[in-house]
Design a binder for this molecule. Structure first.
Ligand SMILES: [Zn+2]
Ligand SMILES: [Zn+2]
Length: 245
């Protein structure tokens, strides 16, 4: 077979893109050549999580009259994680993207958040952490989907991190759970009780861990993960999620 030159391949790709432009993942209009996955207008609609927000669970706080950096919920029940970070509000546009990633099986759409993950990695001193640990999926669900989006997010983050942090899937899902958002509070606690286990306890002794998730909804999932990681000897557990519901 004839080997095609690099320039020729680029030419073909550009031509194909002009003739059959890909659609915006959110509003479906054809994308301009310089836009990737989402159009500029939709990208502008993805709202960042702004301060003031609770330092532990990132719940937005009222702009004035705050004399604490914690929300009411974190004041009354102390979670197992120490500090949390979320990047964007989980509104309609972000929900549409994650729906396509997970149910439309389009993991490449995670690149929409690459710049934001890069910014996060540059703002935070990553020497704080030894390990990035993705929230695990139910093994059958992961097989059906072909990937675990939280693991992919951790890998993108690692790409932008200069210190030698490893992504390690030390957590596993022991039982099938129902989506937390559809349950009442007590059902939620029961749903996640003993849902996770640590695969390799030796890896965690004295380690500082950043748990990585796609969307932070009620916080119970990350909290259960943090509980297990600490039981296994982790010194400190923080979390990062892209979306904040
Ligand atoms: Zn759009
Ligand atoms: Zn809080």
């Amino acid at each position: 077979m004839l080997a095609l030159g690099k320039e020729f391949k680029l030419y073909v790709r550009t031509l194909a893109r002009l003739l059959y432009p890909p659609a915006c993942a959110i509003c479906r209009i054809p994308l301009l050549i310089e836009e990737n996955h989402v159009c500029n207008d939709c990208n502008d609609c993805i709202e960042a999580v702004h301060p003031p927000a609770c330092v532990r669970c990132t719940q937005p706080l009222p702009p004035y009259g705050q004399n604490s950096s914690l929300c009411q919920s974190c004041k009354s029940t102390r979670p197992h994680y120490t500090q949390g970070f979320t990047l964007v509000l989980y509104q309609e546009s972000t929900r549409t993207i994650f729906h396509q990633i997970k149910y439309g099986k389009k993991p490449w759409l995670l690149n929409i958040f690459s710049e934001r993950l890069k910014g996060f990695a540059s703002r935070l001193d990553m020497n704080h952490y030894d390990l990035f640990v993705p929230v695990p999926l139910d093994p059958k669900r992961e097989r059906d989907r072909g990937f675990n989006q939280s693991k992919l997010i951790a890998q993108i983050l690692k790409r932008y991190t200069k210190s030698p942090i490893r992504v390690e899937s030390v957590l596993m899902k022991k039982k099938k759970t129902n989506p937390q958002s559809r349950l009442r509070r007590l059902e939620r606690l029961d749903n996640l009780n003993n849902a996770f286990a640590v695969r390799n306890r030796k890896r965690l002794d004295g380690k500082r861990v950043l748990v990585v998730d796609d969307v932070f909804t009620t916080g119970s999932t990350v909290n259960e993960c943090a509980k297990e990681l600490k039981k296994a000897g982790a010194e400190r557990v923080d979390f990062l999620a892209i979306g904040r519901a």
